[in-house]
Design a protein around this ligand. Structure first.
Ligand code: BGC
Length: 482
C-alpha cells in the first residue's frame, strides 16, 4: 500500500540534508559508516601490506613503485605515454620543457577498447595496443626513433623494477586471459616485436595514482599523495623506505601504490556493507575483490542507487510502487545521473522520465536524497582513507603538523557538484593536524607518465642501455628529493 503523501513528506523532512545520516525503508537501512572506525582499520591494514611476512595475506597491497623521487623541475625531454585503465586507450607524445617549468602535451590518439576485447585474450589486447601505438607513430613521423615510454597501466601490479610489472589481478570490468601473473612490459614488447615495424626505448610502468602525483608534483613540489576517484579508486604516497619491508634500503622514500580499493576484501568492512553492496559485488565479474572500490567508485555508484530505488519502489516508498523496464535493468542507472540529479531537481525529473518511471514531485526529492546519501558515503569513505594516509606521513616524519598536497583526478571527484567539498570537510575533521591542499591533476596519465619516465631516467632507475638514446633528459642525477 502506498504511504499517505503527508507521511512521505515527513519522512523526507526527517531525512533532509541536515539530518541525512540514514535513509530508512521498512526493511532497509543505509547507515553512514563511522569514518573514524574505518580510518583506524585502514591504518592497521597499511602496516600489514608493508610488512615482509604479513604482505601476502594483506587486503591492502601497499605495492612498491620504484619511484623514489618526486619531480624537482629540472626534468626535460621527449616521451611517449600510453594510458590503459578504462574503456579507452590513449597514446601521447609529450615534451617536458625545463626552462618553462612545464609539460607540453604535443599530440595524442584515442583508441576504444571494445567490451569483447576487455574480456578476450591478453594477446588480442596487446596487439590492439601495439597497433594503436604504431598508427600514432606513423602519423607523427616518429617510427624511426626509439623514444622512452611511460606506460600508465591502472591495475594492481607487483612492480619488480620500474620496467618490470606483474599484473596481480584485473579490476574495473577487464578480464583478459593470460595476463594475470605476467609481466605487462614483456607482453607489450612482444606485441611490438610481433609487428616488427617500430621499436620503443626504455619503459617505465606507472599506476594512474603515481602519474597524478607526479604531474601535480611538477607544479607543486610538496605534492606527495596521488588519489583517483573515477571508474576505480586508489591512492599512492611517499613512504619511508625503511618501512617498506619488502624493499632493500634504509634511507630515502619510495612511492607506494596502496591499492586501497582492496580494503575490506578480508571481511574487515563486513559490518558496513549493505545488501546493495553485496548484490553489486556478487553480480560483478570479480566477486569478493575490491570491496572498498565497489562502495566508492564510478563503475559501481549508479548501480547501488538503482538497486536502492528498485527496493524502495517494491516497498511502495517510490513511484506508486511501480518500477520500469529500464530501472530493472542492471547498468541502466548511470553514475553520471547521480551528479546530474544532485545538481538540480529538474534534472532528476528528466532522468526519471527517461527511465520510464511514473514519478511525482515527492519521488524526485526522495531520489535526489538517495543519490546524495550514496555519493556522501563514497566521499566520506575516501576521506577516511585519505586522512589515514596523511596522518601516517605526519607521524612517519615525527611532525606535529604536516603541510602537504594531494594530486587528484577522476570523474567522480571532478564532475560531482559537491563530492570534493564533502571529502575535504571530512578529511579536515579526521586529520586535524594535516593541512592538505587539493590539486586537480592535468592529465596525470599522460603527462604524469612522461614525468615518471623523466624522473626514472634522471635518478638512474633505468639501466643506461635502456635510456632513450635520442633523449636529452638522459643525463644522470643522483639526488633524491626528501
Ligand atoms: C586499480 C588501481 C587504479 C584505480 C584507479 C583500481 O581498480 O586497481 O590500480 O589506480 O582503479 O584507476
Amino acid at each position: 500500500m502506498q504511504k499517505p503523501q503527508q507521511y512521505r513528506h515527513k519522512e523526507i523532512k526527517k531525512n533532509s540534508k541536515r539530518n541525512k545520516k540514514r535513509i530508512k525503508t521498512p526493511k532497509t537501512t543505509i547507515k553512514m559508516p563511522n569514518d573514524y572506525k574505518v580510518s583506524v582499520r585502514l591504518k592497521k591494514d597499511l602496516i600489514r601490506g608493508l610488512g615482509k611476512h604479513s604482505h601476502h595475506r594483506a587486503a591492502v597491497k601497499m605495492l612498491p613503485t620504484f619511484v623514489r623521487a618526486t619531480p624537482d623541475g629540472t626534468e626535460k625531454g621527449d616521451y611517449l605515454a600510453l594510458d590503459l585503465g578504462g574503456t579507452n586507450f590513449r597514446v601521447l607524445y609529450v615534451r617536458v620543457v625545463e626552462e618553462q617549468q612545464k609539460v607540453v602535451k604535443m599530440d595524442s590518439k584515442i583508441c576504444s577498447i571494445p567490451q569483447e576485447m576487455m574480456l578476450g585474450t591478453g594477446e588480442q589486447l596487446f596487439d590492439h595496443i601495439a597497433q594503436c601505438l604504431g598508427e600514432f607513430l606513423e602519423s607523427q613521423d616518429l617510427k624511426g626513433q626509439t623514444l622512452p615510454l611511460g606506460f600508465t597501466f591502472s591495475f594492481p601490479c607487483e612492480q619488480k623494477e620500474i620496467d618490470k610489472s606483474i599484473l596481480i589481478r584485473w579490476t574495473k570490468g577487464f578480464s583478459c586471459s593470460g595476463v594475470e601473473g605476467q609481466d605487462v612490459v614483456k607482453l607489450l614488447k612482444e606485441a611490438i616485436h610481433r609487428r616488427g615495424d617500430y621499436d620503443i626505448g626504455s619503459v617505465a610502468m606507472v599506476n594512474d595514482t603515481v602519474g597524478t602525483m607526479m604531474s601535480c608534483g611538477y607544479r607543486d613540489q610538496s605534492c606527495e599523495i596521488g588519489m583517483i576517484i573515477g571508474t576505480g579508486t586508489n591512492a599512492c604516497y611517499m613512504e619511508e623506505i625503511k618501512n617498506v619491508k619488502r624493499v632493500e634500503g634504509e634511507d630515502g622514500r619510495m612511492c607506494i601504490n596502496t591499492e586501497w580499493g582492496g580494503f575490506g576484501d578480508d571481511g574487515s568492512l563486513k559490518d558496513i556493507l549493505t545488501e546493495f553492496d553485496e548484490v553489486v559485488d556478487q553480480t560483478s565479474i570479480n566477486p569478493g575483490v575490491h570491496t572498498f572500490e565497489k562502495m566508492i567508485s564510478g563503475m559501481y555508484l549508479g548501480e547501488i542507487v538503482r538497486l536502492l530505488l528498485v527496493k524502495m519502489a517494491e516497498d511502495k516508498l517510490l513511484f506508486k510502487g511501480e518500477t520500469s523496464e529500464a530501472l530493472l535493468t542492471p547498468g541502466q542507472f548511470e553514475t553520471k545521473y547521480i551528479s546530474e540529479i544532485e545538481d538540480g531537481l529538474e534534472n532528476a525529473q528528466k532522468i526519471l522520465t527517461a527511465l520510464g518511471l511514473n514519478w511525482d514531485p515527492v519521488d524526485a526529492c526522495v531520489v535526489r536524497l538517495v543519490c546524495d546519501t550514496i555519493s556522501s558515503r563514497s566521499a566520506r569513505l575516501c576521506a577516511a582513507a585519505l586522512a589515514t594516509i596523511s596522518n601516517r606521513i605526519r607521524v612517519n616524519r615525527g611532525l606535529d603538523h604536516l603541510k602537504t598536497t594531494v594530486g587528484v583526478d577522476g570523474t567522480v571527484y571532478r564532475k560531482h557538484p559537491n563530492f570534493s567539498e564533502e571529502l575535504q570537510a571530512a578529511v579536515r575533521l579526521l586529520a586535524p593536524k594535516c593541512d592538505i591542499t587539493f590539486l586537480v591533476s592535468e592529465d596525470g596519465s599522460g603527462k604524469g607518465a612522461a614525468m615518471v619516465t623523466a624522473v626514472a631516467q634522471t635518478t638512474c632507475i633505468l639501466p643506461p642501455s635502456q635510456q632513450g638514446a635520442t633523449n636529452p633528459a638522459a643525463k644522470k642525477k643522483k639526488s633524491v628529493r626528501t
